[in-house]
Design a protein around this ligand. Structure first.
Ligand SMILES: [Zn+2]
Ligand SMILES: [Zn+2]
Length: 337
């Protein structure tokens, strides 16, 4: 919105404008460009090339009251497709909050009203220049530009005709940068959202990596895989150590395979040089240590290895494969109970 502080009150003379080659100013709504921005111009009868209008325009009696109340007029306007519409009147212009304005843009209807009132005192050439500064400014508002303090900038608010005269028909550098800020903010918000999603995914994978747990069972303990018993141990300390070792292996991207180690009469299950569990602490139900370990490893090494991150490329495979393995296990007899 541009304010008129002191309309000059000069007579609205309309001397003829000797400009050859101007486009015709009547007929169907025509699109034109003002300072590089497309629009359609609608003028009141009596406004044309001879009064300084440099664009093709649709002639229409669009607002009867005087002064024209720009905001209420635009609010009652039906939205239309195509380029934004600029209504040009000779009547004084006001809004419900401002007694006198040069122009007013309504983003919702993508239209603006500007007034020639007080602009025509210095001849049609000057009127034309002021009209361009006014229309381009309102088109700037419709394109999302706000007001700017840079002297000479198209988006500097005008409080007098002199302010209009000092406007260039171009956005200053600060305006162009500010215009790009919403885009930069959008990119930043997108990056933050992606980072948040990744955080949640990593946390989920990390939580899902702690799949082995144990619970006391009298003086003994039961090692569990997602709540299902997988090993009966003679003491809680061995169960804790086994759960820790198995969870570490499970969370590892390329875990070493589980293997049996006779260990000179103290047999144990190993993985990559680390003891997972000593068979001496395991209730094997009377089954020999090596045989028991062989069966156990055959069933649970696939759980540990069923991630395939290195070979298959994605941590999510980890969870998918583990689901398959658990399903397969659930279908088997629970021999370890
Ligand atoms: Zn403005
Ligand atoms: Zn600016």
């Amino acid at each position: 919105m541009s304010r008129i502080v002191a309309p000059t009150g000069a007579p609205e003379t309309a001397p003829s404008l000797p400009q050859a080659g101007l486009p015709p100013c009547a007929g169907a709504p025509a699109a034109c460009e003002v300072a590089g921005m497309r629009c359609r111009i609608i003028v009141e009868p009596g406004i044309g090339p001879e009064t300084g209008l440099p664009w093709p325009a649709d002639v229409q009696e669009f607002a009867a009251e005087s002064p024209v109340l720009a905001d209420s007029y635009l609010a009652g306007l039906a939205p239309s497709g195509g380029p934004p519409r600029i209504f040009i009147t000779r009547k004084p212009l006001a809004t419900s909050r401002c007694a006198a304005v040069f122009g007013y843009a309504g983003r919702r209807t993508r239209a603006a009203v500007v007034s020639l009132f007080g602009l025509e005192s210095d001849g049609p050439q000057q009127t034309r220049r002021r009209l361009e500064a006014l229309v381009a400014h309102e088109l700037g508002h419709l394109a999302g530009y706000g007001h700017c303090r840079t002297p000479g900038c198209l988006m500097r608010a005008a409080e007098s005709v002199e302010d209009l005269d000092s406007r260039q028909l171009a956005f200053c550098r600060a305006c162009r940068v500010r215009r790009r800020l919403p885009l930069a903010a959008g990119v930043l918000a997108f990056c933050l959202a992606v980072s948040l999603v990744l955080d949640v995914a990593v946390e989920r994978i990390r939580n899902r990596s702690h799949v082995f747990s144990w619970r006391p069972d009298g003086a003994a303990a039961v090692l569990e895989l997602e709540g299902a018993p997988v090993l009966r141990l003679r003491n809680p300390a061995a169960a804790q150590a086994a759960a820790d070792a198995l969870n570490d292996l499970y969370a590892s991207l390329s875990p070493p395979p589980l293997g049996f180690d006779p260990n000179g009469g103290s047999p144990r299950i190993m993985a990559g040089g680390r003891q997972v569990v000593s068979l001496e602490a395991v209730d094997t139900g009377g089954v020999g240590a090596e045989r028991f370990a062989g069966r156990w490893i055959a069933r649970f090494d696939p759980v540990i290895q069923g991630k395939g991150t290195v070979q298959q490329g994605c941590p999510s495979c980890h969870i998918d494969r583990r689901g398959e393995v658990l399903d397969a296990m659930a279908r088997r007899s629970r021999w370890w109970r």
